[in-house]
Unconditional design. Sequence first.
Length: 276
Amino acid sequence: MAALTDILSGFRSVGSERLRIGDDSDAVQPFVAVDSAKLRVEVAAGVSARLVVVHEKPLASSLSFLLERGAQLEVTEVFLGEAFAEVRTVQAADSSCCLTAVQLAGANVSYRIDLDGAHAASRVGGLFLAAESEHCVMELRTAHNVPDCTSDSLMKGIAGGNAVGEFRGLVYVAPDAQRTDARQQSRNILLSETARIDAKPQLEIYADDVKCSHGATVGQMDADAILYMRQRGLSPAQARRLQIEGFAGDIVRRCGIDALGEALADAMSRKMEKIR
């Protein structure tokens, strides 16, 4: 993880339980929080910010992100240890939050997103890679509490060995949250007969003028694609690795920080060597 550590060393460290990002903050240089047991981040109206959260130790953490009107926040959360995290995001009108979560260890994370202002937008990309006997859990609850909000989540999982992965998702649409646009998808690949992934996306809708969709797939590797690559000289291991990287890569690239995305892709490749 040396490359990842080197990249994070150039970010601004969060040294307290409360961080307020205001007009005087440099939006180019990201903030980084490592193994924070408790953290509250407030983004002032109209301000854009980026934050990286890293879990290295097996600790429990409670994180909250509050976005004022028109604020924009990009969050990348990386699990390198067996952590437990509860994350809550509250968004005011015209705000936008993009969250990318990558689990490279057995971890349990619960996300709750409250869209409390008109035209608030949420975008979530999640990925877990479970090897050996690891157990990865991702929960996501997105609440459309007012009209005219959008949410889009894409969660992916890969499990091999005797590993277990879980995704539990819920999109809630309040009775007066008309013109909601919400999408939630879960896509997963099993690499062994003994691995298991349970994916349960759900919709709970109490308004009638909405566009909402959800779905889940759990499948195996694409045998035709593997055969195609082997016919062009790749070994079975190389072909499998390329297919997994293609499947997971779009989530990793969502983080919006090129150097960090490359470091995460390298870490993901090393983790895949343990998945059978």
